[in-house]
Design a protein around this ligand. Sequence first.
Ligand code: KIV
Length: 281
Amino acid sequence: MTAPGKPFTLNDLRTAATTKQRVAMLTCYDFTTATILESAGVPMLLVGDSASNVILGHRSTIPITLDLIMQLTAAVKRGAPRTLVMGDMPFGSYQASDAQGIENVCRMLKETNCDCVKLEAGASLVPMFARLADAGIAAVAHIGLRPQAVGLMGGYRYQGRTAAEARAIVDLAVQFSRAGAAALMLEAVPPEVGQRVVERVNIPVIGCGAGPHCHAHVVVLQDLLRHTSTQPRFVPQPSGSSLIEIARNYVTEISSGTYPQLAHCYQMVDGESRKFLSEQL
Ligand code: KIV
């Protein structure tokens, strides 16, 4: 996908998306693991706010602070200098105003050396994405299931179950693409929604349980390794006996199209898939 030793960049992700090569991404939260994942050939790492769960032991992603996520992001980038590292903007670091968000995104980029940032994004964030793009900042809009909105959602439920819900997700994706988002992260939606989003936007779509049509796929490393007590249905079976082997096999499963399979996908409510797919593009 990229020559050994050459950094994997956003342009490589864009090229992969247009040439239909599938790209692997894993979460990572520390220097040592980052060195191993880079050696395994994982081209993209997300320093996700899921660190709140899997590193700190909280029940949600809400408590983790910007300062801590920045420290972890800087460590991962030091360990994986040739890997595209995405810093996750935690809850409370961008919701107050566009000014707060832009200031904190700039801190994340300047102080961690990460390559891009990710923000969980509802419609009110579209103008902020336009301003970030105008400032030359690569920002990824995380839509679909948004774990930072767990309070309002009343739990972690996959999204886009009905034609109306699915349409709303696709419309939002189009708005962020038009506003200049660098990519989309689409979490926990049926594959029909993943497919429509890919068809409707002209930026890379990174799926996290969003079906086989997405250009790239990410899972939480601790879920892949079965270090967590339960895993979402879209997490593949690990294969291999060491971290480097499991990571290499994960990359191969994605690039060969073996992952994700139907068994990893969420389903729309009966009758809703046909209704959604019959709608005009
Ligand atoms: O924080 C995280 O781990 C995420 C997922 C989409 C992988 O945002």
